[in-house]
Design a protein around this ligand. Structure first.
Ligand code: FNR
Length: 349
């Protein structure tokens, strides 16, 4: 493991270690995997315009999100069912295999709670109360899963949660034995419980039941950005769910600038999808993102080397990002500008 020099290398190690069904669940995307590849490819079309002879002997990569100071603009996205990767598990998806309270008790850090809305709104209220009590600082409302995307690897493998694990967030809510079903049981369970009628009115309702700031996760267009701002959300996460929902949506980095323009600086905008390098983080910030989230790299590192692997992933991304800043002539997050990159959609200079 000492030889691992970039975050992508953990994927091959995880692939060897994990049962095929589990690896496929983490790795796969929807249908033709077009968006999955595009999430990565799109970053490679954005080039740097580095500035030279700037005194970069001191670089500060810390930033503030939703009023909280964080040491770098790189955060961990909610991904489901970590305990299939490693017995300790780590961060919190609603579909987590650790409970809200277990995750909250792991030490300091700013944590957001990822939520989907269930037909039974009582369950939503209970989940929000638990997250508030456990000290979560915001709710990331996932809005791109009225139904589960078609992930063919999971269909082929008849993906099901291993029998020794449960979806802990749902325990004690009177929902029965979630995830205890066979075959495509989980998919059909989600389809049954998550409310496909979810709409902007519910986003407003959610704000009446909690004071926690609400971020909408899964925005890809200017139109929805304007509606989100109108609905009073605290922030937007540009996301295509790691290319696991609708195939042939654009790479998130391609959608970011349109969202930024529509947001008109009224709410912070974050991005996830395909972030694998410090250069990717810089590109997202140059296009206006306040921060980024990483999904699969954390899961694969967790599978390969547990907590050590996850720490190393965050450290490698931090080092690469700081180096990118130095080589671009940026000493602070504020100094990263649109002029530090060029994109295929820029007009010729
Ligand atoms: C996810 N994602 C996700 N999102 C969410 O809102 N709730 C969830 O439970 C999950 N679960 C989940 C499981 C796995 C295995 C993956 C890979 C992803 C999506 C996730 O939060 C994020 O949007 C993407 O993972 C970001 O893309 P990358 O970094 O994986 O390319």
């Amino acid at each position: 493991m000492e030889n691992v020099t970039n975050v992508m290398e953990y994927e091959a190690i995880a692939r060897e270690k994990l049962p095929k069904m589990v690896y496929d669940y983490y790795a796969s995307g929807a249908e033709d995997l077009w968006t999955l590849q595009e999430n990565r490819r799109a970053f490679s079309t954005i080039l740097f315009q580095p500035r030279i002879l700037v005194d970069v002997s001191k670089i500060d990569i810390s930033t503030t999100i939703l009023g909280h100071k964080i040491s770098m603009p790189i955060m961990v996205a909610p991904t489901a069912m970590h305990k299939m990767a490693h017995p300790e598990g780590l961060t919190l998806s609603l579909w987590g295999t650790c409970s809200v309270e277990e995750v909250a008790s792991t030490g300091p850090g700013i944590r957001f709670f990822q939520l989907q809305v269930f037909k039974d709104r009582n369950i939503v209220v209970q989940l929000v109360r638990r997250a508030e009590k456990a000290g979560f600082r915001a709710i990331a409302l996932t809005v791109d899963t009225p139904r589960l995307g078609r992930r063919e690897a999971d269909i082929k493998n008849r993906f099901a949660l291993p029998p020794n694990l449960t979806l802990k967030s749902f325990e004690g809510l009177g929902l029965g034995t979630i995830g205890r079903t066979n075959g495509s049981g989980l998919a059909s369970y989600i389809a049954d419980q998550v409310d496909p009628s979810l709409n902007w009115k519910d986003v407003e309702w959610l704000q009446t039941i909690t004071k926690l700031p609400i971020l909408v996760k899964g925005v890809l267009t200017a139109e929805d950005t304007r509606l989100a701002v109108q609905a009073g959300v605290a922030g937007i996460i540009v996301s295509n769910h790691g290319a696991r929902q609708l195939d042939y949506v654009p790479a998130t980095i391609m959608a970011l600038e349109e969202v930024m323009k529509a947001a008109e600086g009224r709410v912070p905008v974050f991005l996830d999808g395909g972030i694998r390098r410090g250069t990717d983080v810089f590109k997202a910030l140059a296009l206006g993102a306040s921060g980024v989230f990483i999904g699969r790299p954390v899961v694969f590192a967790l599978a390969a080397d547990g907590e050590t692997g996850v720490r190393k992933v965050l450290q490698m991304l931090r080092d690469e990002f700081e180096l990118t800043m130095a080589l671009s002539g940026c000493r602070s997050i504020k100094e990263i500008t649109r002029a530090h990159i060029t994109t295929p959609w820029d007009s010729p200079r």
